[in-house]
Design a protein around this ligand. Structure first.
Ligand code: GLN
Length: 347
């Protein structure tokens, strides 16, 4: 207990010291502006978690997308970013990997922004399915309602709700992901091709959601754009900054751009808390209280509103499809920094 309180004091001091503005870029640079290094409790917590879990061998790379099986399993990177734009990092924070399901959060943000939240709530719903992320049983059970935008059926439908021609839809999706990261992102074409060649199940899911009239655009196009958004290449630092943008009311801490209306952020975080780690979301929330989202590429983001965003990269996954080392590291880091938003001191 005493240690925790001391850590919280250090964090508060660290955040205050680091609360200066960082370079505000006019457009999106190829690389993010240099970010100040966080010191004190945040840096110590990130380093401690890295050291503790770097040798952990549990879990297995996803291999149903062949390109993901080839990613070195020992990669491990952690990047915590504050709303002021300071970074605390450890390990492999530069190598890029495919964002996969974490993209579902940002495409959902786009639909909230364009069409409002009611469209999602009334068409595909915001409850958890309690099933694996690519469950067809879950679609059948509720005729595509109660699907949640963070599992594949709801996510493919969400992509299908972005307005415009296929080209316009894709450009908007990539642009919003880039705005969240604070730099221009691009697609890992090898991963895209690998998934596009093997995504028959997602194509069936997209067609089924369309048959239940959960979205109106061409389901084959929606599934293809969804597959492409999952192949956007990011690194752990990008994920930290994307999470920090959510922790900062939708304003990117590096570029200072308000990338999404703040009123949508609490709704996004609620959906993440409900289904961000699929059918293990309850367990995750029980231990952290943090809205989070995982991807089968090994990425994981978690958000402590107003305090920090954290992104991790460690490819081996558990049975639910969530990064083993990423989860353990974020639990420790958040506990050390008092990140759980449900914690309040009694008066
Ligand atoms: N592209 C992956 C799929 O649709 C994303 C799944 C995930 O990251 N959980 O299967």
């Amino acid at each position: 207990m005493m240690q925790t309180n001391a850590s919280r004091r250090d964090l508060a001091r660290g955040l205050a010291v680091l609360g200066f503005g960082l370079t505000a870029g006019a457009g999106l640079a190829a690389a993010p502006a240099a970010q100040a290094q966080a010191s004190g409790a945040a840096a110590a917590a990130v380093k401690a978690a890295y050291d503790k879990y770097k040798g952990l061998q549990e879990g297995k790379n996803a291999d149903y997308i062949p390109a993901l099986a080839k990613v070195p399993s020992n990669y491990f990177g952690i990047a915590l970013a504050t709303p002021q734009g300071a970074l605390a990092t450890a390990g492999d924070i530069e190598p890029t990997f495919s964002i996969q399901s974490i993209s579902k959060v940002f495409t959902l943000a786009l639909v909230f922004q364009e069409s409002g939240e009611d469209l999602i709530e009334n068409s595909i719903g915001v409850d958890a399915t309690g099933q694996v992320f690519n469950s067809i049983v879950a679609v059948e059970q509720y005729r595509g309602k109660e699907m949640n935008p963070l599992v594949n059926p709801g996510a493919i439908a969400t992509t299908g709700m972005v307005k415009g021609t296929p080209d316009e839809v894709w450009k908007k999706i990539l642009a919003l992901h880039s705005d969240f990261a604070g730099r221009q992102l691009s697609v890992d074409e090898e991963v895209y091709k690998s998934e596009a060649d093997t995504n028959q199940r997602n194509r069936a899911i997209g067609a089924l959601m369309w048959a239940y009239e959960r979205f109106k655009s061409d389901p084959a196009v929606a599934t293809d754009i969804y597959t492409r958004q999952c192949a956007i290449a990011v690194n752990a630092k990008d994920l930290g900054n994307m999470a920090a943008t959510l922790a900062n009311g939708g304003k990117n801490p590096i570029t200072k751009k308000q990338v999404i209306d703040p009123k949508h952020v609490s709704r996004l975080l609620a959906v993440m808390a409900t289904a961000g780690l699929y059918d293990d979301s309850g367990k995750w929330l029980f231990h952290t209280g943090l809205p989070a989202k995982s991807g089968v590429g090994g990425g994981l983001i978690a958000v402590s509103p107003g305090k920090f965003g954290v992104g991790t990269f460690a490819p081996p996954l558990d049975a639910a499809g969530n990064s083993v080392r990423g989860q353990k590291a974020i639990i420790d880091i958040s506990n050390a920094l008092g990140g759980n938003p449900y914690e309040a001191k009694p008066t």
